[in-house]
Design a binder for this molecule. Structure first.
Ligand SMILES: C[S@@+](CC[C@H](N)C(=O)[O-])C[C@H]1O[C@@H](n2cnc3c(N)ncnc32)[C@H](O)[C@@H]1O
Length: 219
């Protein structure tokens, strides 16, 4: 399949975030709608190991795809499961434990992982546990989690990760490159698509003018 290098999508957060969460960690529905339409068909299985507020899962249901996912935070898990038709397909656990569950083979893995700045200590994939502080441990854990996801993918199923490089003051974090390197043992990158956000009058504006998603296949 050919991957687009550059696309434009309207920026809109369609499903409002719950009161306990900031809106800005939600991925815009249009992004996942575009990806699910391009890379899957009706009744395909999609898996999100960092389900968050469930955007990928809700859009998958809207498009008659079958969503599965994991979310570590109980409050988010409950909020999403409470609104999902396929709520039994969502698990409240650390994604590194995914082999414990009887997930079927997936046609697509689609996710937006928690981001981390390279000079920060607080590691979001371990809920900030000080034993696992630091960017190197964060990247290593990404390798472990995506390594566990590889066996539940059908042959030739893509893995698509929405991930942006980060600039914070003078510190630049090349997160997209570093995550691609961290999962390199199991996945080879086959493309990347830059998404330019089109601002819609009357809607919230994006923090950044663009995002990107990286496309991988299993080795
Ligand atoms: C960037 S958010 C995902 C946002 C999602 N795309 C949405 O639109 O709501 C990343 C999520 O990963 C979850 N998370 C962090 N570490 C995790 C882990 N080890 N296993 C599973 N989920 C984890 C966080 O709680 C957070 O909800």
């Amino acid at each position: 399949m050919d991957h687009d290098n550059f696309i434009t999508l309207p920026y809109k957060l369609e499903r409002s975030a719950p009161p306990f969460e900031e809106n800005d960690i939600k991925s815009p529905e249009n992004l996942f709608r575009h990806i699910l339409k391009k890379y899957t068909k009706h009744d395909d299985h999609m898996f999100d190991p960092f389900a968050g507020l469930g955007t990928s899962l809700f859009v998958a249901e809207e498009l008659n795809r079958i969503p599965f996912g994991i979310e570590a935070e109980q409050q988010k898990y409950q909020w999403v499961a409470g609104q999902l038709e396929n709520w039994t397909h969502l698990v409240n656990d650390d994604a590194a434990n995914l082999a414990k569950y009887d997930f079927p083979k997936m046609d697509l893995i689609l996710t937006s992982p928690p981001y981390m700045l390279r000079n920060h200590k607080w590691n979001p994939v371990f809920g900030g546990d000080p034993k696992y502080a630091g960017y190197d441990k964060y990247l290593k854990r990404m390798g472990v989690i995506f390594g566990k996801a590889a066996p539940i993918m059908k042959k030739n199923a893509p893995l698509i990760i929405q991930v942006d490089n980060l600039t914070h003051g003078k510190i630049f974090t090349p997160l997209a490159r570093d995550i691609a390197n961290a999962i390199n043992k199991n996945f080879i990158q086959t493309g990347e698509t830059i998404v330019q956000w089109k601002i819609i009058k009357g809607e919230a504006k994006p923090k950044e003018a663009h995002t990107q998603f990286l496309i991988f296949k299993k080795r």
